[in-house]
Design a protein around this ligand. Structure first.
Ligand SMILES: [Zn+2]
Length: 273
């Protein structure tokens, strides 16, 4: 196994060297990128709240979802405002959804992780965009069982273009279609388990990850198996109707594959041969 016996620091150093970056600067860059990550996360929270309701995300300022009062800048600072206001609107005292700080902190950490692992590169930019889409889709699927086309499809096109510019190859498109076909087959064999939204999400995952998309798919299936088995054991026949949102599992699998997919695939192929 190629990575056995090497410390995580060493692995990251090698990875950053691959990205033509000074690895000593990687932690500093990652720390700095937390700030735009949190700010983007704040916007992603708005996207996750408004897109399923078919409301515009661009042409109106942030407002409280309960009383519609426009938010001042100081009530809109990622994480900090939520903490200071103790999770309640300043005007109507309505609860600010926990989704907001969770989306912010997840985006911040993912952006920092992308910069830490891949340096200040074009690839890191694509990876951050990919992560942002995964965060939004996970939030909307958990909350409303929706994987919005308005998020997944533009993200798919953007990521496919970025990956093809960065590393011209038919791999990204082939992996997209392969991953989507795999989930489409699963959706057709077990209707009600998976939705067409998950199939479109697979397009996006394939475009970013290429061959390691299969790692993401396998991880997602394994991770989702546990809650599915629990549901089945508890509710027997009723479990079929209690669909589990699958997009968050795909997203977790995709993030793991983004950072260590090549190594996992390598280990898996070596154990086979
Ligand atoms: Zn309010």
């Amino acid at each position: 196994m190629p990575w056995r016996g090497r410390s995580p620091t060493r692995i990251f150093k090698e990875r950053c060297r691959c990205a033509d970056n000074d690895y000593r600067m990687a932690p500093a860059f990652a720390l700095i990128s937390l700030v735009p990550g949190l700010a983007v996360g704040s916007f992603l929270g708005v996207v996750a709240a408004r897109v399923p309701l078919r409301r515009s995300v661009l042409w109106s300022r942030s407002a409280c979802m309960s009383c519609d009062t426009m938010l001042n800048w100081y009530d809109n600072i990622p994480l900090l405002s939520f903490a200071v206001l103790r999770g309640r609107c300043r005007h109507c005292r309505g609860a600010i959804p926990l989704r907001d700080p969770l989306v912010e902190v997840t985006s911040g950490l993912l952006f920092a992780g992308c910069v830490f692992a891949f340096g200040l590169t074009f690839y890191a930019f694509a990876a951050a965009l990919f992560s942002a889409a995964l965060v939004v889709v996970s939030a909307t699927d958990l909350e409303r069982r929706i994987v919005p086309n308005r998020v997944v499809l533009p993200a798919f096109v953007a990521v496919l273009v970025l990956r093809t510019i960065d590393s011209p190859s038919p791999e990204w498109l082939i992996a997209s279609l392969g991953a989507a076909a795999f989930l489409l087959l699963a959706a057709l064999t077990y209707p009600g388990g998976m939705g067409m939204g998950d199939v479109k999400l697979a397009l996006l995952i394939g475009a970013m990850l290429g061959r390691t998309a299969c790692v993401a798919m396998m991880l997602a299936v394994v991770l989702a198996f546990v809650p599915a088995a629990v549901l089945l054991a508890r509710h027997r026949s009723g479990a079929r109707k209690m669909a589990i949102p699958f997009a968050p599992f795909l997203a977790v699998g995709a993030v793991v594959a983004l950072f260590v997919g090549d190594r996992l695939l390598d280990v898996y192929l070596r154990t086979l041969t």
